[in-house]
Structure formats: structure tokens, C-alpha cells
Design a protein around this ligand. Structure first.
Ligand code: PBG
Length: 323
């Protein structure tokens, strides 16, 4: 009879043994919770394709931020949905815009939660594109100056970190320069450095009503088929002054997360996006998978791939599960 000399099963014999040799641990410290804020007076408007997530009034956002703090989650990322949208997304850089008002409201009541803002134009423009449109094309350089203006406005209102998500060339440099000129050199930039033109954003676009009215985002977001290009994108953002690098989406892009981690020494964040959340929710609601085990497995796998931080709509559940 053949008897193996090496027996990896010896390290799996008990829960204690498995705990001792576990290579990756998920912690509440890794989580960033995305929240949607509006001007509406209804406290919470459920987002149907993202069960458990809501569009929040500003008052309700403040309560949610307090709850996040109680759960020990270190950060939230805010998405603003303005009352009025226009061609250039003016609400996003208006000192009385939805996001600026929301930032101040949170900061007045809740301390010790990092407040990150998504900096882009798709939620704020009437055409749903991520910048200024010229001949049906998102004009890169005109958008850059408005991105800097938006970032400065967010930071002046009290945002702790700026997360540009528009995939414009030079966006990190333009924002870093703008922040520094406005004496906001202490504000870090979490760059959506590697963001793909993904179908996994579907539920999010319903949530913030940001689906483009014509065309798509493939002239600026990356082709899902490319990974060498991801390294180039990340390298540019490092040069331009990014403090942290994000890969988005997460689940189908673990090779990209691993590649970015290997090539750069900045912290890496992975965005476990709306479509990934919706798939887990839908299957769980049908009783086909166990939501808790599947979610913890996915998030642990993202960390194993190289993510230091994870943006996830499951953040509150995870904080409770890990407590
Ligand atoms: C752009 C932005 C998007 C998401 C985050 N920031 C949408 C897009 O690029 O179309 C998607 C997040 C998700 O799907 O959970 N402001």
C-alpha cells in the first residue's frame, strides 16, 4: 500500500490548528462602507437591485455614519445624488451642493470615521457622463480642471480623503496639484487607478441614476481583457501622487489585484461592486447559497489576492459577523 510521507492534512485537523496556520485574516479594519446621499426628505429609499442598501436623506446619513462608527468600521465613501443635474455637474463643486452639505452634517455629529468622497461627474451631469462632453466624447483636459475644483470643494467641506473614479488621464495629478495649491496638502488621494468598463456596475447606476444617456464609458474605463495596461495605469497614478490604489471591480479581477500589489508599494483597495453584491443577495434570497459564508469567502479571497482594503456593501454585516 502506498503511504504518503508528506501529509498536508495534519495542518487541518482541528479548528485551532487551522486558525494557527491561516495565512489571511479579514478584519473590520479593512472595510470601507459606500453610502448614497440625496436631498430627499424621505429618510430611506430602498435601492431595489441592492437589497439592504438605501438612498439616504442627510439626517439619515448622519445616523448611518454613527452606526458605522459603533460597529468599528473605519471609513465610509459617499456618493451624492443632487436634486438638479446639468451639463457640467455644477452641484458637485457647489459649496451648498448635496455632498458638501452632507459632509458638514456628518462632521458636526460624528467623529473618528474617515469620510471619503467619490469624485466624478456621472452622478451630477444630465447626460450621465463622467465629465464635460465635446462632440459626444468626454473631453479629458476640460474635465481635469473641474475635477480639481470638485475635489477642493469636497475637502474644504471636510472630506478626509478624495477618491477620483472618472478614469481621466492625469486626474490624480490635476487633483493633487489643485489640493496642494489650496493648502489641502494633507488630504490623501485614493485613486480608482484601475477601473474597468464593467457590466457589474448595473445596480449602482440605478441607485444614483447615472447611466449614460448616450454611448458608454469605454473611451475612458478600461477594457476587461487587459492586465498589462492595468500596471501602466497604476504606475501613472503613483507618479502623479496617489496615496492608495484601487482596483474595480474585484471578484473577476483578482489577477489584477495581485499584479498591482506585486508591482507597487502603496496600499491596495478592491471595490466589491454593486453587481457582485446583487448576485450574492439574489442567490441567498433564493436559498441557493449561504450569504454569510459566501460573503466571508469572497472578501477573504480578495485579501488573499492582495487587497489591503475592501469597499463593500456588506461592510455592516461583516463587522457584525466578525465581532
Ligand atoms: C462613478 C462610479 C461608479 C461606481 C463607483 N463610482 C459607476 C460607474 O463607473 O459607472 C460603481 C460602484 C458599484 O457598482 O458598486 N462615480
Amino acid at each position: 500500500m502506498y503511504k504518503p510521507y508528506t501529509r498536508p492534512r495534519r495542518l487541518r485537523g482541528s479548528n485551532e490548528m487551522r486558525r494557527m496556520v491561516r495565512e489571511t485574516n479579514l478584519s473590520v479594519d479593512d472595510l470601507i462602507y459606500p453610502l448614497f446621499v440625496t436631498r430627499q426628505t424621505t429618510p430611506r429609499k430602498p435601492i431595489l437591485s441592492m437589497p439592504g442598501q438605501n438612498q439616504l436623506s442627510i439626517d439619515e446619513l448622519v445616523k448611518e455614519a454613527a452606526l458605522v462608527k459603533t460597529l468599528g468600521i473605519p471609513a465610509i465613501i459617499l456618493f451624492g445624488i443632487p436634486q438638479d443635474k446639468d451639463a457640467v455637474g455644477s452641484d458637485s463643486f457647489d459649496d451648498n451642493g448635496v455632498i458638501q452639505t452632507a459632509i458638514r452634517a456628518v462632521k458636526e455629529t460624528v467623529s473618528d470615521v474617515m469620510l471619503i468622497t467619490d469624485v466624478c461627474f456621472c452622478e451630477y451631469t444630465d447626460h450621465g457622463h463622467c465629465g464635460v462632453i465635446k462632440d459626444e466624447y468626454v473631453d479629458n483636459d476640460q474635465t481635469l480642471s473641474l475635477l480639481a475644483k470638485q475635489a477642493i470643494s469636497h475637502a474644504q467641506a471636510g472630506a478626509d480623503m478624495i477618491a477620483p473614479s472618472g478614469m481621466m488621464d492625469g486626474m490624480v495629478g490635476a487633483i493633487r496639484n489643485g489640493l496642494d495649491d489650496a493648502e489641502l496638502e494633507k488630504t490623501p488621494i485614493l485613486s480608482y487607478a484601475v477601473k474597468y468598463a464593467s457590466a457589474f456596475y448595473g445596480p449602482f447606476r440605478d441607485a444614483v441614476d447615472s447611466a449614460p444617456k448616450f454611448g458608454d464609458r469605454r473611451t475612458h474605463q478600461m477594457d476587461p481583457a487587459n492586465v498589462r495596461e492595468a500596471i501602466k495605469e497604476a504606475a501613472l497614478d503613483v507618479e502623479e501622487g496617489a496615496d492608495l490604489l484601487m482596483v474595480k471591480p474585484a471578484l473577476s479581477y483578482m489577477d489584477v489585484i495581485a499584479g498591482v500589489k506585486e508591482n507597487f508599494d502603496l496600499p491596495v483597495a478592491a471595490y466589491n461592486v454593486s453587481g457582485e453584491y446583487a448576485m450574492v443577495k439574489a442567490a441567498a434570497q433564493n436559498g441557493w447559497i449561504d450569504e454569510k459564508s459566501v460573503t466571508l469567502e469572497i472578501l477573504t479571497s480578495l485579501k488573499r489576492a492582495g487587497a489591503d482594503l475592501i469597499l463593500t456593501y456588506h461592510a455592516k454585516d461583516v463587522a457584525k459577523w466578525l465581532a
